[in-house]
Design a protein around this ligand. Structure first.
Ligand code: F6R
Length: 604
């Protein structure tokens, strides 16, 4: 989703901004732009092409020590240069970059139009520089404060004034913004990655707070413009984690990091047969839980579905899994003995955050499973368990999903141990067997050629099926989403037994179908289902851990290393990630930055 970078300091702003935008590229964007001030002259450049296409233009510009930059993911108005940020007021004086959505912009636009302001874009953002101009009375910070008083919705804003080219002002509400503190240079950005090259000292701006940055100084203000102190954190993220390290794409690098991700998760939370979670929920409270609500979006929601199966199996506590954009508006039935679980890689997903706020207001116990430390979700949650995937740059989530599954499996076992709801010896056997998972994942990764060959064979298709039962169905859902989002091939995931209730009508000669079959108990049912689709012409590949799988019923079979049943998705998801990746490469598409998608979905 949109990315913001702002700079004031000793170096040339043009190159710092371009550099920062490149680091924010992974969030997804369809246009971008920068504004700098040189000799009191405003220079604005925008493009609907990639960030690199701004570089030749910046080289022709005069050097500047202040500027703001933006990657835009279109919401109000299509991807065009006129809609791209930065936006300026009618007098070309105040310049703004914005992430978020101004919900009352039409109303504000009408009011401003009555006062003679003109609008040149279709964006919600363009009201902001004009409001600042209207509210300006010699002090940019005060003008920004007056402006935010009338804004409804979410925003992170960076503002510069052409007549005061040594000051950068910013604020935020329900949209992420961090401040980077350097030596004779200071920054604002949507996330740490954009400033890490220059400084590891960062401060997270609180909702409704303001910050004023100059080359030498950074001052934080609360919503009433009282000066306040803001904690500074030192980020230890290795810049290497946000580079491709020799891989052709981030996605391939991240798929290959699945092994280390699982290992790190186990090393961080497992000590022999003891699971170590630092939570402010007492064992007695865990014992009283009557109902668990898991709330997330997209891939994280698939991890939630997988967790539902495992938690219900081990604890017999009913779990419902809800898409965050539905949960927030459905007036959910919540009880004081319930537990809410939120899952998010970015920790910035607007809908999931809104559900977290809702659950907090109701005083419900909650735990957030978050990958990005110091994200909004991390800061807002009373209990956080960190997934150990490290920075995930490719838009399609791979290693973060595997980390979520691993950690939620551990959580299910933890809960079962506290509640004594499952045979202790069996739980300990599960934990002992968990150490085999990284090797099993590695074995799948080393057989990548199989998936590459399969991908070449099916990349022509326009439709595809992913089928499974139980946990295998959730794996199917995730495999299908991965293929859709990056290769643009339509695919459908179904519980195998459900197919004949309608969707089987879509199977015709040559329709590729992947059958995931890791559950020995269900093998006969699965084989019958495969026969049903084979009889209608499907080209079936089975992915299985079952040694005596009847090979003759499928066109192709891939055997995976066997792990404990509850951990099987950690292994069986990997082939599907690799297939989606190779199909996309085969089709010559942009793997890491698929069309229309954003890495952090910071608007509703
Ligand atoms: C798909 C994908 C998305 C995210 C979803 C939630 O590959 O990445 O479906 O899972 O947008 O994002 P987070 O986990 O950041 O809340």
């Amino acid at each position: 989703m949109c990315g913001i970078i702002g700079y004031v300091g000793k170096n040339d702003a043009n190159s710092v901004l371009i550099d920062g935008l490149r680091k924010l590229e992974y969030r997804g964007y369809d246009s971008c732009g920068i504004a700098t001030i040189s000799n009191n002259q405003l220079q604005v450049m925008k493009t609907v092409n990639r960030i690199d296409s701004l570089v030749p233009c910046t080289q022709k510009l005069g050097t500047s020590n202040i500027g703001i930059g933006h990657t835009r993911w279109a919401t109000h108005g299509g991807a065009s240069e006129k809609n791209a940020h930065p936006h300026v007021d009618n007098s070309d004086r105040f310049v703004v970059v914005h992430n978020g959505i101004i919900e009352n912009y039409l109303e504000l636009r009408k009011e401003l139009a009555l006062q003679g302001y003109k609008f040149y874009s279709e964006t919600d953002t363009e009201v902001i520089p004009n409001l600042i101009a209207m509210n300006y009375d010699g002090n940019l910070l005060e003008a920004l404060k007056k402006t935010t008083n009338v804004l409804e919705g979410s925003y992170a804003l960076g503002v510069i004034d052409t007549k005061e080219p040594e000051v950068l002002v910013a604020t935020k509400k329900n949209s992420p913004l961090i401040v980077g503190l350097g030596e004779n240079e200071n920054f604002i950005a949507s996330d740490f990655s954009a400033v890490l090259k220059y400084t590891d000292a960062v401060s997270i701006l609180d909702n409704n707070d303001f910050v004023v940055l100059t080359k030498e100084d950074v001052k934080f203000y609360d919503r009433n413009l009282n000066l306040k102190q803001n904690a500074v954190k030192y980020i230890d993220t290795n810049d290497g984690d946000i580079e491709k390290n020799g891989y052709e794409h981030f996605m391939l690098k991240e798929i290959n990091e699945n092994t280390i991700t699982v290992k790190k998760t186990l090393d961080s939370y497992l000590d022999g047969e003891e699971i170590k979670f630092n939570l402010n929920i007492k064992p007695k409270e865990f014992k009283n839980i009557k109902h668990i609500h898991i709330v997330a979006c997209g891939t994280a929601m698939h991890a939630g579905l997988n967790a539902k199966y495992v938690i219900e199996k081990l604890t017999r506590i009913p779990v419902n899994v809800e898409v965050a954009s539905e949960f927030r508006y459905k007036n959910p039935i919540l009880d004081k003995d319930d537990l809410a679980i939120f899952i998010s890689q970015s920790g910035e997903t607007a809908d999931t955050l809104a559900c977290l706020e809702l659950v907090k207001q109701e005083g419900i116990k909650h735990i957030s499973f978050v990958n990005v430390k110091d994200s909004t979700m991390d800061n807002l949650s009373e209990n956080v368990l960190y997934t150990k995937a490290g920075p995930e740059i490719a838009v399609a989530s791979t290693k973060a999903y595997i980390a979520q599954i691993m950690l939620l499996d551990l959580f299910a076992i933890y809960l079962a141990k506290i509640n004594k709801s499952y045979d202790e010896e069996k739980l300990n056997d599960m934990l002992k067997s968990a150490i085999e998972i990284p090797n099993a994942i590695q074995e799948v990764l080393e057989n990548d050629e199989i998936y590459q060959n399969y991908a070449e064979r099916i990349s022509y298709t326009s439709d595809m099926f992913y089928l499974g039962r139980g946990l295998d169905y959730y794996v199917a859902l995730e495999g299908s989403l991965k293929l859709k989002e990056i290769s643009y091939i339509h695919s459908e995931a179904m519980p195998f037994g459900e197919l004949k209730h309608g969707s089987i009508a879509l199977i015709e000669e040559g329709t590729p179908a992947i059958a995931i079959a890791t559950d020995k108990k269900m093998i006969d049912k699965t084989v019958s289902n495969i026969k049903e689709i084979k009889a209608r012409g499907a080209d079936v590949m089975a992915i299985t851990t079952i040694k005596d799988f009847p090979e003759d019923v499928v066109d192709e079979i891939i055997y995976l290393p066997e792990v404990n049943e509850i951990f099987s998705p950690l292994v069986s998801t990997i082939p599907l990630q690799l297939i989606a990746y190779h199909v996309t490469v085969e089709k010559g598409l942009d793997v890491d930055k698929p069309r229309n998608l954003a890495k952090s979905v910071t608007v509703e």
